[in-house]
Every structure is written in C-alpha cells, then in structure tokens.
Design a protein around this ligand. Structure first.
Ligand code: HEM
Length: 207
C-alpha cells in the first residue's frame, strides 16, 4: 500500500479517534468551572491520581495529537487551489487548514501555560486560579481572553468541519443526501461545542 495513502488515512482517523473525542471530553470537563475553584481543581487533579494516568495520556492523546498536528502542518503547507470546488467548499478547505495551523500554535501555548510553567513554578494543581489570573491580568488579560476565544473557535470549527470531511474521506457519506445530513451534524456540533466552551469560560470571567 502507498505510504502516503496510509499516512493520510491515519491522519484522518486520529482527527476523530482519539483527538476529536478527547477535545469533546476536555470541553465537557471545563463545565466544572461553574462549580468553583475547589470542585474544578478536584475534578482535573483526580485524573492524575489514577494508575498509569500520564502513560495513558501520552499514548492515547499526546502521540496521536502530535502526529495529526505535524502531518496536518505538512498538508497545510502543500495546500493548493482546487479548481473543481465550489466557492463554499473552497472556503471550508482553506479554513480547515488555517484553523489547524491556529490550533497548532494554540496547543503549544496552552500546554506551556497550563502544564509546563506551573510544574516549573511548583504551582501545578491550582488550575482555576491560573486561568483566573490570566484572564484578569491588568496588562495581558484581554490578550489571553482573545487567544482563548480564537483557540476555542478554531478547535470547534476544525473538529465540526472535520466530521464532514472525515465522512467523505472514508466513504461514509457518498450521496448528496447523506452529505447534506452530515453537514447538518457538523453545524450542530460546531454550535453545541462552541456555546458549551464559551459558557464554561464565562465562569472565570465573572468570578
Ligand atoms: C484539537 C485538535 C484537532 C482535532 C480534534 C482535529 C480533527 C480533525 C478532523 C476530524 C479532521 C478531518 C479528517 C478528514 O478530513 O479525513 C481533520 C483534518 C485536518 N486537520 Fe485536524 N484536528 C486537530 C488539530 C490539527 C492541527 C493542530 C493541525 C495542523 C495544521 C491539523 C490539520 C488538519 C488538516 C490539514 C486537515 C485536512 C486533511 C484533509 O483535508 O485531507 N489538525 N482534523
């Protein structure tokens, strides 16, 4: 089998399983921001009390995420004008790549700020307080909030539109009727995940 074909299939699959599923789980956990600092930190930290927590995270989240991301950057660099696409399909094609590159940068900043820096400072575990400090910082607060807003929009759009292209890639949606149905699923997914994520961070903004 052609290795390019195989790599593209792995890239496509990892976008949904496990990376897409992890994104949904990750956004769901953020709803606990409305339960206050103690409850939120407790829920996030309790995962790490489990056996093999870090190993499972690396194997099932970080490795597939980094594969999808680095191969996605390669695909984005190689992107070309698609003469046979309609204007709207073309727009989605470019937005998929633009949002991918945006979340690529966001993920690095996010891991640095929420994991590596707190570990280095010895403050890891107080996740709610870190977010609160970032959002309410008098100098960089607005920048941090804007980065989160664009990071969320980029990630929810990328996954929602990705469900659509995934179904086409894998031959799940082949007829115009099934493609219209999958597009509707994508739009509902985008709205639900975005509203859920913005509702979650509003807890930190108003606290
Ligand atoms: C939250 C993290 C991410 C999730 C949940 C995710 C999810 C997905 C999904 C479900 C697809 C559709 C697969 C298909 O069309 O067959 C996709 C496609 C794509 N992703 Fe991601 N992705 C993420 C991060 C990234 C990053 C960081 C990049 C880096 C640029 C990227 C680049 C791409 C590209 C270029 C495509 C289109 C592939 C194509 O049209 O053949 N993704 N992604």
């Amino acid at each position: 089998m052609d290795s390019d074909f195989l790599l593209r299939r792995i890239h496509s699959l990892t976008g949904i399983i496990p990376v897409g599923l992890f994104l949904v789980y990750h956004l769901y956990i953020q709803l606990y921001l409305h339960s206050g600092a103690e409850a939120y930190n407790g829920v996030v930290n309790s995962y790490y009390d489990g056996p093999l927590a870090l190993v499972l995270l690396i194997v099932f989240v970080y490795i597939p995420l980094f594969f999808h991301s680095f191969y996605g950057v390669k695909l984005s660099i190689e992107a070309q004008i698609q003469p046979e696409y309609t204007f709207f399909s073309h727009l989605l094609y470019w937005l998929q790549r633009l949002s991918g590159v945006g979340i690529f940068l966001f993920i690095f900043a996010h891991i640095w700020n929420t994991q590596i820096k707190p570990l280095a400072d010895g403050t890891w575990g107080t996740h709610f307080e870190h977010l609160h400090e970032g959002f309410h910082d008098p100098t960089f607060g607005l920048v941090t909030i804007s980065v989160y807003v664009f990071g969320i929009l980029g990630a929810t759009f990328h996954l929602a539109n990705g469900i659509n292209t995934f179904c086409i890639t894998w031959g799940i949606a082949t007829t115009p009727k099934s493609q219209a149905r999958i597009r509707a699923v994508s739009i509902v997914t985008f709205i639900l995940l975005t509203v859920m994520a913005f509702y979650s961070i509003s807890a930190v903004l108003i606290s």
